[in-house]
Design a protein around this ligand. Sequence first.
Ligand code: KG4
Ligand code: ZN
Length: 370
Amino acid sequence: MVSEAPIHSERLVLGIETSCDETAAAVVKHRVGRRGMFEGEILSNIVRSQIEEHQNFGGVVPELAARAHVIYLDQIIERALKEAALDLEEIDAVAVTAGPGLIGGVLVGLTTAKAICAALNKPMIGVNHLEGHALSARLTDGVAFPYVLLLVSGGHTQILLVRGVGDYELWGNSIDDALGEAFDKVAKMLGLDYPGGPAVEKLAREGNRTRFNFPRPLLKRKNLDFSFSGLKTAVRLAAEKIAPLTDTDVADICASFQASVTDIVAARCRGALARFELEYPGMEKVLVVAGGVAANREISNVLGIVCDEVRAILVVPPMHLCTDNGAMIAWAGAERLVLGKQDPLTLVAKARWPLDAHEMRIAGNRTSQI
Ligand code: KG4
Ligand code: ZN
């Protein structure tokens, strides 16, 4: 647990997350010890999921999401403070997701954070949502830099080298759908509930994973990129061919789809760990999995096998910290704060904000208004 931070100190950070369909707030304590050791403690972590608001539509409706954040965010922040037994005045800083995400929702969180910081004269840190996912393994497991990150969420599927806070190198990316999106779309075509990932995983447990031989797109290519749209189409065609679907058909499709996904993800992570070994010979190899799809047990089990094979360490944060939450935003904010990276109240919300261009993007936007 080695930190780059030169100071030994303790900070209480309130984290706010509103970039998609979870209204979330948390309080995290960040401690830096005398020899640069760091540790984090989650004092509270409140998440209000908007599943009910969006379920009838089979996906997130941006306008409804923003409205629900407006209605609930104040109460969620109050609950987070209450559970942490703290007053707002006792918080050292507010960290807030400033993007990427649904812009209406991001604006709700960012405006709230600005109001708190302006009223109480506290520092504000605008956090890249993806950086929140990327650094959460340091909060839960104290992972040291550098490490390989598999970021798999509803909007992103990437393999990144994490060299430090704000220092990422993109090694692989999806050229079309994100993996979470593919899970959600497959679920929708099979008539399963939103969000699709957990529903597909549950049914896959009862299904036959070899009944359908779905494609493993791009696997013959040497790079670390992903593609899921061909796989999604193959699932649709197979389902149409045998319609009407019985419960067994649906379970078999889920299992076969998930088998294809796990093969793809395993191959890419094997490749990434080999590249890490070449670039950092002799250094301990760590693979961190983050983002909502990291909650999938089948995927983490397969990655455990890959890591055993190549003598790497696999770190998967607990499920409630894999999906969107305020604690990861508070932690990423704290990591930035100890490095002196706070933001002005003129910070803009960003719908798109690639992680590997983090510093460049945020610098370019620092002086504009929302
Ligand atoms: O990171 P996240 O909570 O929100 C985004 O930033 O996108 O990820 C949500 C995504 C959704 O697509 C959801 O279906 C997927 O993560 N997901 C899963 C599982 N749990 C959530 N996908 C596969 N298996 C799961 N168990
Ligand atoms: Zn996320």
